[in-house]
Design a protein around this ligand. Structure first.
Ligand code: SF4
Ligand code: FE
Length: 507
């Protein structure tokens, strides 16, 4: 396999490592020759680079010693060997949300690694394959490089009422088109892929449960981001072209942004040694369930971003001179309560983690889905309250160019003044940050990604419905109401099921 990278040990080394690759990238209808210098893309590179910077600044939080190489590596590449490992992922995610105020893009790969550790083990057990050893060899190589792995899961899906093999265009789900003695070729597209250009490798995975006729769609494999046969089309974001203007104010957050691309595979090659599922369609559901269990509690990242927006709301209230009003304090309390609810459910999911057969720890799926379901709602309310505290100026304010204009600049400075002790420019910057996070580029990450990332709200409701154990709860009610049903006696042990069993064991 074309493994070429030196170990990436610093933020600078990371930035250097993504330069000079030949990628087919399109943005705003044009081919981008060097995406690493593009002003629209740069903030997303900075956000990914922040994960390496945190590893340097706080190694206890953002790195671990690899059990595969004995060397220090990013926590994003680690497979969890305890509940503490799961919990530390969440703490790192909150911190990075606080530093960047956006999506730092690196969690999909982390969650995919963890899911694949146990799923490959269990496929081998059922089919006498050797996927787990292949996967460990791949992961060891990734640890040696200390690189960025992106996930590639969400297919474009075509007609949602049809299974992959029933689609009128077979490419609506990524599938194998050709096989050779050396490996397989895949075709299809993955939509809204987070941070892929800023990654070194991708883990391609199926997006949903599959049936026997979907065998060619049951493919999991690793592929370098710069492999042949891949085209990337950059997803545009609200207000993205402000990055092309002069100045740093109107973008709201000049340093950091998220990144989503459409990834299109046209006969892209995956070598045998990097194939971790090929045709074992009945394990696709297990993969998706486990991946989403990890990923839906990874959305505690939004509580870190929420910390920034709460800080912005409190700051603008001060700048407006209203910080003492009781309803302002109450709104800040409400925002904090919502934000901590997201964090609490996510980290609780990690604390309820347990060992799978491979030894990799899996977090609690009920609490993870509950966390993500909160995330589909609470950031919107937090964003609404931030806009409430900001006032209408958050959406009607003159531009940085007007502020700096030789004639009207002084008028802008005079009439946008809040509290006399606060420079007008500072107040304008704070308003722009709130705009950025609730209407602009980082609203993609804070709001819409919160809604649809790691599965739209209905996907969590389906999972919660599957795990809510109504029969067990009905029996609890029957017992206290003095109702004796024969059926209740027979099913108690079975119905206790995994969730409550784990809750009580952990206590
Ligand atoms: Fe990580 Fe959050 Fe971005 Fe997903 S949305 S990659 S969990 S920062
Ligand atoms: Fe995401």
């Amino acid at each position: 396999m074309n493994v070429t990278l030196e170990k990436i040990n610093s933020e600078e080394a990371y930035r250097a490592s993504i330069k000079g690759r030949k990628l087919e990238v399109y943005l705003l209808g044009e081919k981008v020759e060097d995406f690493t210098t593009h002003p629209i893309i740069m903030p997303s590179i900075n956000a990914m680079a922040a994960t390496y910077q945190l590893a340097e600044d706080e190694p206890e939080l953002a790195t671990v010693i690899s059990t595969l190489t004995g060397e220090r590596i990013s926590r994003f590449l680690h497979f969890c060997q305890s509940t503490d490992d799961l919990v530390m992922q969440n703490k790192m995610q909150r911190k990075l949300g606080q530093i960047t105020g956006t999506c730092f893009q690196r969690c999909v790969g982390m969650d995919a690694i963890n899911a694949l550790h146990s799923v490959t083990y269990e496929i081998d057990e059922a089919h006498q394959t050797d996927y787990h050893q292949r996967f460990l060899a791949f992961l060891k190589e990734m640890h040696l490089q200390n690189c960025v792995i992106g996930g590639a899961m969400t297919d474009v899906k075509g007609d949602r009422s049809q299974a992959p093999h029933q689609q009128s265009d077979p490419d609506m789900f990524v599938h194998i088109t050709r096989r050779t003695a050396e490996g397989v070729y895949i075709t299809g597209a993955k939509a809204h892929q987070t941070g892929t250009l800023n990654s070194h490798y991708m883990l391609v995975m199926p997006t949903m449960r599959l049936g026997a006729e979907d065998k060619d769609y049951a493919i999991i494999g690793a592929i370098p981001v710069d492999a042949e046969g891949i085209t990337y089309i950059y997803g545009r974001q609200s207000c993205d072209t402000r990055s092309l203007e002069e100045g740093t104010m109107d973008v709201g957050n000049a340093q950091y942004g998220g990144q989503e691309v459409m990834v299109i595979f046209e006969d892209a090659f995956i070598p045998n040694e990097w194939i971790f599922m090929d045709g074992e369609y009945e394990f696709a559901a297990m993969l998706v369930d486990r991946f989403t269990a990890y990923h839906r509690r990874s959305y505690v990242c939004k509580s870190g971003v929420g910390d920034v927006i709460i800080g912005a709301a409190a700051s603008i209230a001060e700048m407006n001179g209203v910080e003492r009003a009781s309803h302002i304090k109450d709104k800040l309390v409400e925002m904090t309560h919502l934000n901590e609810t997201v964090y609490a459910t996510g980290i609780a999911s990690s604390y309820q983690g347990y060992a799978t057969k491979s030894g990799c720890f899996l977090c609690d799926s009920m609490l993870s889905n509950t966390c993500k379901h909160h995330v589909t709602k609470m950031p919107y309310e937090i964003g609404r309250l931030a806009q409430d505290l900001a006032g209408g100026m958050v959406a009607t304010m003159p531009s940085e160019q007007d502020l700096n204009h030789p004639e009207i600049g002084k008028l802008v400075r005079k009439y946008l003044q809040g509290k006399a002790s606060i420079p007008t420019e500072d107040r304008m910057r704070m308003l722009r940050l709130i705009e950025n996070m609730t209407l602009g580029r980082n609203a993609v990450g804070y709001l819409t990604e919160s809604l649809h990332g790691a599965g739209s709200p209905q996907a969590q409701r389906v999972q919660i419905a599957r795990m809510m154990q109504l029969e067990y709860k009905k029996r609890l009610a029957h017992a206290l109401a003095g109702i004796e049903l024969e059926a209740d006696k027979n099913e108690v042990v079975e119905e206790l099921g995994s969730y409550f069993e784990r809750v009580f064991k952990a206590v």
